[in-house]
Design a protein around this ligand. Structure first.
Ligand code: SAH
Length: 322
């Protein structure tokens, strides 16, 4: 299948904090999980990771974290965005994935240089959503939808996504997820298999899930179906695929994905960002991870868009008056 220019773009993923106010039933870093050691990288450590990405000709970085909402958090991200932009002479594109925030916060970060934002809806089915999240004002389906709409309105390239193979999830749900992406007219999608984590409430359904190889296969099929439905968006080959198959991300690219997000988080804190069990690459250093991946892509005949932002071709900036 052709993906336009046929290139794959790299985003260096920096998981800068696992502190989270939310309690999602599937996620290993949910706030009620007391067995996680909480961390926050320093600004200098985040900048060092961004510098690594820049030197290795990754076009972009993704700053991802648990969800925090405070003026201090907002201000810190704003300052980080400005520092990364200045340090890399605006050469590195920045995607944020820091959860639900107020419209004003999203706007402040956009003005500071972030131009893409990832916020998965997790499932587009309201009923299923509330089987995966507490039904309270911290986990409102409507608030998540509103956040996505605010991101679009502000002018971000907006990304969302779902988990595949969740307990209670049907094929109908997944088909509706694809239609949701289309109706929302998103610019980017990241979706991958649900992987159980033993310290979470959903773990009790572990024996009712699709076998792992089926979840993997279904994830690739979802990518292919979405590529047909939305030919010009960015689709990520997610890390969760790599858990189920060491070549999972390369296979996802062959199925239609065009973005890979190698983890460039400091190896020392990686064990604390275990959103699911058996997360890969915990002990690799970032350089090692990249060259293995580069070799594999090269072997598969896939070209990497070095030093390019790799923006979604679907995205149309708001027309400027006049
Ligand atoms: N807190 C941020 C993102 C951090 S986690 C936000 O809300 O946007 C990034 C993604 O990991 C989540 O959106 C979720 O889809 C995925 N994730 C969390 N737990 C998972 C699990 N057990 N299996 C697979 N994916 C998971």
């Amino acid at each position: 299948m052709t993906r336009g220019d046929n290139k794959v773009y790299l985003r260096g993923l920096i998981e800068f904090s696992n502190i989270c106010r939310k309690n999602c039933y599937y996620c290993g870093i949910r706030c009620d999980n007391r067995s996680v050691e909480r961390y926050e990288l320093t600004d200098d450590e985040v900048l060092a990771a961004a510098d690594f990405a820049w030197r290795h000709r990754y076009g972009s970085v993704v700053l991802q974290s648990g969800e925090q909402q405070s003026p201090a958090f907002t201000g810190r991200i704003t300052a980080l965005l400005q520092r990364i932009k200045a340090h890399t002479h605006n050469e590195v594109g920045i995607t944020l994935s820091c959860g639900e925030q107020s419209e004003a916060t999203y706007r402040e970060w956009f003005d500071a240089g972030a131009h893409r934002y990832l916020l998965r809806i997790e499932t587009s089915d309201r009923e299923l959503y509330y089987k995966l999240h507490p039904n309270d004002n911290k986990h409102s389906f409507d608030a998540r939808l509103e956040a996505l709409n605010n991101l679009k309105k502000i002018g971000y390239q907006t990304g969302t996504g779902v988990m595949i193979g969740l307990p209670f999830q049907t094929m109908q749900h997944l088909a509706d997820d694809l239609l949701f992406f289309k109706t929302m007219d998103v610019d980017m999608v990241g979706m991958g298999p649900y992987l159980e984590h033993k310290d979470t409430p959903l773990y009790r359904y572990a024996d009712k899930l699709l076998p792992l190889e089926k979840r993997f296969e279904l994830s690739l099929r979802m990518i292919t179906a979405l590529r047909m439905l939305m030919p010009d968006i960015n689709i990520a080959a997610t890390t969760a695929l790599q858990v189920l198959d060491p070549e999972g991300r390369e296979k996802a690219v062959m199925a239609g994905a065009n973005v890979i997000m190698p983890n460039i988080t400091l190896p020392s804190v990686r064990p604390n960002y275990q959103i699911y069990d058996n997360k890969p690459g915990l002990h690799d250093d970032a350089g090692g991870t990249l060259s293995t991946l580069e070799n594999a892509l090269h072997k598969a005949g896939i070209t990497i868009g070095y030093s390019e932002w790799g923006d979604s071709k679907h995205f149309k900036p708001h027309s400027v008056a006049g």
